[in-house]
Design a protein around this ligand. Sequence first.
Ligand code: FUB
Length: 711
Amino acid sequence: MKKILSFVTAAALSCTVLAAVPQPVVKADNPMVQTIYSTDPAPMVYDDTVYVYTGRDKDNADNYYMPDWHCYSSKDMQNWTDHGMILSWDDFSWGKQDTAWASQCIERNGKFYYYVTLESRSGGGRGIGVAVADSPAGPFKDALGKPLCGPSWEYIDPTVFIDDDGQAWLMFGNPSCYYVKLNEDMISLKGQIGKFDMNQSTFGPGRGSSSYVEGPWFYKRGSLYYLVYAAFYGNDGSESIGYSTASSPTGPWRYGGQVIKAGSCYTNHPGVIDYKGKSYIFYHDSSLPGGGSFTRSVCVDEFQYGSDGSIPTISPSKTGPKQIQSLNPYQRVEAETICFSKGVKTEKCSNGGLNIGNIQNGSYIKVSGVDFGSGTDKFTASVASDTDGGTIEMYLDGLSGTKIGSCEVPGTGGWQSWKEVSCSVSSASGEHDLYFKFTGSSGYLLNVDWWKFGDGSEQIVTGTTTTTVTQPITTTTVKTIPDNGDYLLYSSFEDGIGSWEGRLGASVETSSKYALAGSKSLFCSGRSEAFHGAIIALGSNFKAGESYSFSANAMYDSGSADTYHFTMQYDLNGETKYEKIASADPAQGEWVQLANRNFRIPSGAENIYIYVETENDKGDFYIDEIKAAAAGTVIKGAGDGSLIPGDINYDGQINSFDVISARKLLLSNSRSAGLVKLADVDRSGEYELNDMILIQNFILGRISEFPDNTP
Ligand code: FUB
């Protein structure tokens, strides 16, 4: 009782103070990694997500002592999820200790090729190595057991790009830039290594024959090829970033200008991407406390190309780019998803992935742009502590902003002995930066694996559109989460088959004959067994032991009626196992949804796949709109005649959650045709601002039906 009273009093007090005093907001979101010194950023856009690969400078280093490479991902450009160390110098039999320099990763046909710089332990200089993985965050394995290029003291800093004609190019080098074609296997060279003509007109006037030094970043935009690189100008004491352009990968290059001016860090290293219609440059500086030329930190900023394709001079910012999508606190958020932190480290978690640790009194984490919607009443976190624990305090918009709650963490008997703790929270609605401040006595207090908030909408899910599931869901309490388009996996087949494959003897290809949404689906044929179907591996977004909402849609247009299964395949204790996620019987020529809002991936499962198969029939079939989201998410699908225009989150009613979904949809670049149809309440054929206003007016009682503006 005492505790509740003191919490209420504190909350009330902090509200009173709030009204009078402007809130100190922690603004510094660059550098984007604060848990280690990170270097040489290499961004990659894959599966609607930005992955950034970095090197690591050792703490207190007095030279480039770099033991391993790390990976981070984001969908909003402000909050970055740490995937930890993905590869080390030690994973290469030929690599010398602590020489893990710059790198870049690229995807081809569902495999991830990671090109790295390493010094050869048998002498001769540095070289470019290549490691391969099945998912963006690894595990990666050296593909060759020897350098792909080198050793040579000039061979550092690989950049890789696959051109529109399918030809892959590798470029690298200091103080000259070298280029070579890669074979389709991405791990062997096609032809000889060439060297660009390095002069003032190709790479700008600089300290040497040109300004180019190292760290090339090669890409194409429209029909123009770009090389952005670390450059030395005049008497500058440190590297700038410059760029050149060409109309072919091998030049002739034409110097474009200075992109980022020299700062206090001796080196720099660019990485440039376009993501969701915006352009971003990644680089490194020495801005983290204790930072310097050998203790660097990765940063990111947004920029706009000139109408002629030129890159402007960009001023590094402290705030980083604008957040492009809010964070949903009502689904499990990994604690290592961080906008900015102080006094926090990440480490491997016994439950998979990472957890945050090394937390002491006063350590904190900022999570940017958290959308609490119409309000929250509960906070839950998975925590561990080998000491007496501590307290997780939660604040909005600054460390001295509104305090919305405080959760006591007890000792759990070990730093990896996980326990869920919950507490009530108040005053949080709408979108805010969320601060977790950790308090307690001296020493390390607690670790956190994940957290989430509750929105008071706990419901008993009594069934889905499935007819059979191996895991009963009728007795489980599952929150019904509105579908806000935040998917962990989404295959619409509009842009190709993605990572889908034919299972065993089957073949898959996209088809324009039928589509549940958009204009394409995936056609599965050549099946000589019922279990031959369409299959995809679940990536690092999915964790064994966790529950998710899965949905697929299937149809057949000829052959016999049969039961269709949406199945999970995984390895457990050396054995391959299969479990039905959902099953249904489609009528010929009609789509059917195979969905399960709460399917748990068994603990310990590895090599996890999902696939669609049939019970007996071996005929062809089509699948479309395959989605996976947080457990409880009501994913829209086929065969439901009860779709209500305006009910964008598909929960059977039009309410304020639909306005939130409508707003998100308006800002989203990747709208599914099904969602657009539901949101286009005036039936104009397009989803526009007017539709969102109509939905809002409907909820406010200003209109009782939607106008029909059918063209
Ligand atoms: O980080 C080690 C080296 O310094 C990189 O390979 C270069 O690009 C420079 O950043």
